[in-house]
Design a protein around this ligand. Structure first.
Ligand code: FES
Ligand SMILES: [Fe+2]
Length: 419
C-alpha cells in the first residue's frame, strides 16, 4: 500500500474549485484548526460578549479562545477593560472557570497576587523590597464596545480597518441605546461541526425555507437571494411584491432618520469582515417572533415606533439582529475541529420586567428553535464532509454567493499570515 501524503493547508485551499465548497480536510484537520484559531481568532477583532455581561464595577466575564483565556472587566470608572487571564507570577489562571463572576479585585488562587480592576498589581507578599510591582501588571488586551458588543483583539497591532465597522454601525445602533440593555436570556450550545461550517450555514438562507418554520414567519428568504429561473408565475409575482414593499419600507425609515442602506466590507483585502443592512420583517414588520409583533412592550433606547425591521450585522464569527423591542447577538468560538461553541444572548431594555413588559417564551422561541435546527444541520454537514465520498459541490450563485466570498477571504487572510 502506498504512503498517504497529507496535503498542506495551502494546498488544500488551492484545491478548492472556484464557486465550490471547501475540501473536507479544511474542516476536519487538527493542524488546520489550530492555524485557523491563530489567524481568525487571535489576530482579528472578535466578539466575546455583551456590555450586559459586566453591568457593574467589579464584574468579570472570562472567555476562552483556543489556548488563550481573557478576562473582561468593568472597572471602578465603568470602563470595560480586558486582560489576559494569566498571572504575572508563575502563570496560573486567575479566574479558573469561563463565565461570569463578581470580584472586588482579581486574586490569583495560587499565591494570592492581587490585581486591581485596572490591571495593576496591588498586593504580593514575600517578594522583597527590590521587587517592582509596577512591572507586573496584568497583560492588557485591546477592547472596544460597539452597541452592546464587546470586541477584543489579541494581536499587538490590531487591524486598523475595525474603525470602518465602528463608523458604519454607530448611527445604526445609536437609536437603540444598546449599552442600556440587560440579558433576558442566553443560550450556549456546542455544535458538532467546524467553525467555518457554522459561519457558512449562517451566511445563507438557502436552507431556511425547508428547515426553519419558526424563523421564516418573520424572515424573508428573498433577502438572501432569489433565482427567477423555473419559478412559478405566483412566486415571481410575490417576489415583485417583496421588492416593492422593501423599497417602500426603506423610504419610510430613511425619512424618519433610520439608516437602511446595505453596507459590506467582505472582500479579500479587508481584515474586519462585516456586513449590515436593515431587513424588512414579514407581517407587522416589528420583531422576529412567531406573530412578527414585539415581544417586549418596553422598546429599546429612545425608539418610538415598533415597525423598524431588523438591523442585521454579521462578522466573520458573529451575527446580530436588532429590532425595536429586543436584540439577539450570537457569536461562535472554536473548540476543536468538529466542536464549536455558539453563544446567543437576548437583550431587552435595562428596565424591562419579565412577565410585565415581556414574556420570555415569546421573546426567545424563534431563535432557540432556529439555533437548535442549525446545530443539527451543521453536525450533518460536518459528518458528510468527513466522509471519504465527499466531493465539494457548487454554491448557488443566487443564494450562496456570500459563501464563495467567505472562502476567498479565508484564503486571503491565511496567505497574508504566511499560510
Ligand atoms: S501564580 Fe499567581 S500568585 Fe503565583
Ligand atoms: Fe439556519
Amino acid at each position: 500500500m502506498s504512503e498517504v501524503q497529507l496535503q498542506t493547508h495551502r494546498e488544500l485551499i488551492e484545491s478548492r474549485r472556484k464557486g465550490h465548497g471547501m475540501p473536507g480536510e479544511l474542516f476536519g484537520r487538527q493542524d488546520v484548526f489550530e492555524t485557523d484559531v491563530e489567524v481568525f481568532f487571535h489576530r482579528l477583532w472578535i466578539v466575546v460578549g455583551v456590555t450586559a455581561d459586566v453591568p457593574e464595577a467589579g464584574d468579570v466575564h472570562t472567555v476562552d479562545i483556543g489556548k488563550a483565556s481573557i478576562m473582561i472587566v468593568r472597572d471602578d470608572d465603568e470602563n470595560v477593560r480586558a486582560f489576559r487571564n494569566v498571572c504575572r507570577h508563575r502563570g496560573s489562571r486567575i479566574i479558573k472557570k469561563a463565565g461570569k463572576a463578581s470580584v472586588g479585585m482579581l486574586v490569583c488562587p495560587y499565591h494570592q497576587w492581587t490585581y486591581d480592576l485596572d490591571g495593576s498589581l496591588r498586593h504580593s507578599t514575600h517578594m522583597g523590597k527590590d521587587f517592582d510591582a509596577s512591572c507586573h501588571s496584568l497583560i492588557p488586551v485591546h477592547v472596544k464596545t460597539v452597541g452592546a458588543h464587546i470586541f477584543v483583539c489579541l494581536a499587538d497591532d490590531p487591524p486598523a480597518d475595525f474603525e470602518k465597522l465602528e463608523t458604519v454601525m454607530a448611527p445604526r445602533f445609536a437609536p437603540y441605546d444598546l449599552a442600556r440593555t440587560k440579558i433576558a436570556h442566553q443560550m450556549e450550545i456546542v455544535e458538532n461541526g467546524n467553525w467555518k461550517l457554522v459561519v457558512e450555514n449562517n451566511r445563507e438562507c438557502y436552507h431556511c425555507a425547508g428547515t426553519h418554520p419558526e424563523l421564516t414567519n418573520s424572515f424573508l428568504a428573498e433577502d438572501f437571494g432569489f433565482c427567477p429561473d423555473g419559478q412559478s408565475e405566483e412566486s415571481l409575482q410575490s417576489y415583485d411584491e417583496y421588492l416593492k414593499r422593501n423599497a417602500a419600507c426603506r423610504e419610510n425609515w430613511e425619512q424618519d432618520g433610520y439608516v437602511c442602506a446595505t453596507f459590506e466590507s467582505v472582500d479579500e483585502g479587508v481584515d474586519t469582515n462585516f456586513r449590515t443592512q436593515r431587513l424588512v420583517i414579514s407581517g407587522a414588520n416589528e420583531s422576529q417572533t412567531l406573530d412578527t409583533k414585539v415581544a417586549c412592550t418596553k422598546l429599546l433606547g429612545g425608539v418610538e415606533r415598533r415597525d423598524l425591521g431588523d438591523v442585521h450585522m454579521w462578522g466573520h464569527h458573529s451575527w446580530t439582529h436588532v429590532m425595536s423591542d429586543h436584540a439577539v447577538i450570537a457569536y461562535l468560538l472554536p473548540l476543536a475541529p468538529d466542536k464549536t461553541l455558539v453563544r446567543t444572548v437576548w437583550l431587552v431594555h435595562a428596565d424591562a420586567v419579565e412577565g410585565v413588559d415581556y414574556d420570555l417564551k415569546r421573546l426567545t422561541e424563534v431563535w432557540i428553535a432556529t439555533t437548535n435546527q442549525d446545530a443539527e444541520l451543521v453536525a450533518n454537514a460536518h459528518a458528510g464532509t468527513q466522509d471519504p465520498a465527499y466531493i465539494p459541490g457548487p454554491f448557488s450563485n443566487y443564494t450562496e454567493a456570500a459563501l464563495d466570498q467567505f472562502s476567498r477571504w479565508y484564503d486571503a487572510k491565511l496567505r497574508a499570515h504566511g499560510v
